[in-house]
Design a protein around this ligand. Structure first.
Ligand code: NAD
Ligand code: IPM
Ligand code: MN
Length: 357
């Protein structure tokens, strides 16, 4: 098949991990006879440096014309001045919003080979298979007004937490659809004991659940969910939650997997176009050293092949290759090994070749 794929390496380790994601795409194209047209565009801090904006118009229009987008990470200490007018993160948020990517799917699985990398007891990790569906274009991240002001010597800052029933319904419905094809259990996470938006969220979740009689719905408050995610991870199937809660809970859930560098995600909307992104950031503490784990990006490539291009068997081949490389002993430093980013990518690609022949 023919497909246009935009690469947005971004900042810090972004270019290092996207390079490996790109190599996997090229290998899949070669082995399976696809024509992927790849183009690279600036976003985040590097775009601010070159163009004065975190999401240049040329990057956005390339993304609009693409079938899928693979993103590394944005941000870093160089652009972290709290008084800065433009921030790298704005580029990513605007991209998600402009493309209507209202849901971010973050699967959390634990490889038995890496269970020892988690500080949790191995028996608590057995069989963990969670899909977090994070709302991505609403809530505190986008609510207006948002400002900072000084009055009578007091500085005040305001962010706004806002959701409409339409925004909640579409993401909760997607969570139910996904749960229907899994273990048929949705956990809706909110703070309904305090927040009005959460009470709306909860009533919409109940309303949507009526459309899916075969799927069980439970509600959890976010504070206790944060605890249970660690203490009873196996109990979860699909977790659906608002933007900010989902951001925080998924970095926490990375502890189950053993490293933040292992988790990928798909940011999707109504159509098939999506942005595929590891859940981690630009990791300034290890950037430029060639030691970042590219697996989060490579499993995001698998999601790209599946959701945006409809290439299910190629997606599985990538997932199997990742598992096989891990089983074969390749380990980057975050999971206790010495394999470089590049060698990890190579180990994975080697299994792609083997699978095909
Ligand atoms: P981070 O996710 O970049 O790093 C947290 C820790 O995890 C660090 O110790 C880092 O070394 C480690 N880590 C992350 N990814 C790794 C990988 N692939 N392999 C090995 N180790 C890895 O979070 P942070 O340090 O809080 O944020 C740094 C910058 O990244 C900030 O500017 C933040 O805004 C940005 N950020 C961007 C995204 C994104 O672009 N999607 C996501 C999160 C954070
Ligand atoms: C993520 C990141 C982003 C978010 C930041 C960089 C805007 O933390 O993708 O998880 O909070 O959505
Ligand atoms: Mn995050």
């Amino acid at each position: 098949m023919k497909a246009k794929i935009v690469l947005l390496p971004g900042d810090g380790i972004g270019p290092e991990v996207v390079r490996e994601g790109q190599a996997v795409l090229e290998e899949i194209a070669r082995v399976h006879g696809h024509a992927f047209e790849l183009s690279t565009h600036p976003i985040g801090g590097v775009a601010i440096d070159a163009h004065g904006t975190a999401l240049p118009a040329s990057t956005l229009s390339a993304c609009r014309e693409a079938d899928a987008i693979l993103l590394g990470a944005v941000g870093g200490p160089r652009w972290d001045d709290p008084a800065a007018k433009v921030r790298p993160e704005q580029g990513l948020l605007t991209l998600r919003r402009e493309l209507g990517l209202f849901a971010n799917l973050r699967p959390i699985r634990v490889s038995p080979h890496l269970a020892h990398c988690s500080p949790l007891k191995a028996e608590r990790l057995e069989g963990v298979d969670i899909l977090v569906v994070r709302e991505l274009t609403g809530g505190l991240y986008f609510g207006l007004p948002r400002f900072r002001e000084e009055k009578n010597g007091v500085v005040r800052a305001v962010d706004t937490l806002e959701y409409t029933d339409v925004e909640v319904k579409r993401v909760v419905r997607l969570a139910f659809q996904l749960a229907s094809a899994r273990r048929k259990r949705v956990t809706s996470v909110d703070k309904a004991n305090v927040l009005e938006t959460s009470r709306l969220w909860r009533s919409v979740a109940i309303e949507v659940s009526a459309e899916f009689p075969g799927v069980e719905l439970e509600h959890q408050l976010v504070d206790s969910a944060a605890m249970r995610l660690i203490s009873s991870a196996r109990a979860y199937d699909v977790v659906v939650t608002e933007n900010m809660f989902g951001d925080i809970l998924t970095d926490e859930a990375a502890v189950l997997a053993g490293s933040l560098g292992l988790l990928g995600s798909a940011s999707i909307g109504e159509g098939t176009r999506g942005v595929y992104e590891p859940i981690h950031g630009s990791a300034p503490d290890i950037a430029g050293r060639g030691i970042a784990n590219p697996i989060g990006t490579i499993v995001s490539v698998a999601m790209l092949l599946r959701h945006s291009l409809g290439l299910e068997s190629e997606a599985r081949a990538v997932e199997r290759a990742v598992d096989a490389a891990i089983a074969g002993g390749a380990r980057t430093r975050d999971v206790g090994g010495e394999t470089s980013t590049e060698a990890m990518g190579e180990a994975i690609r080697k299994h792609l070749q083997r699978n095909a022949s």
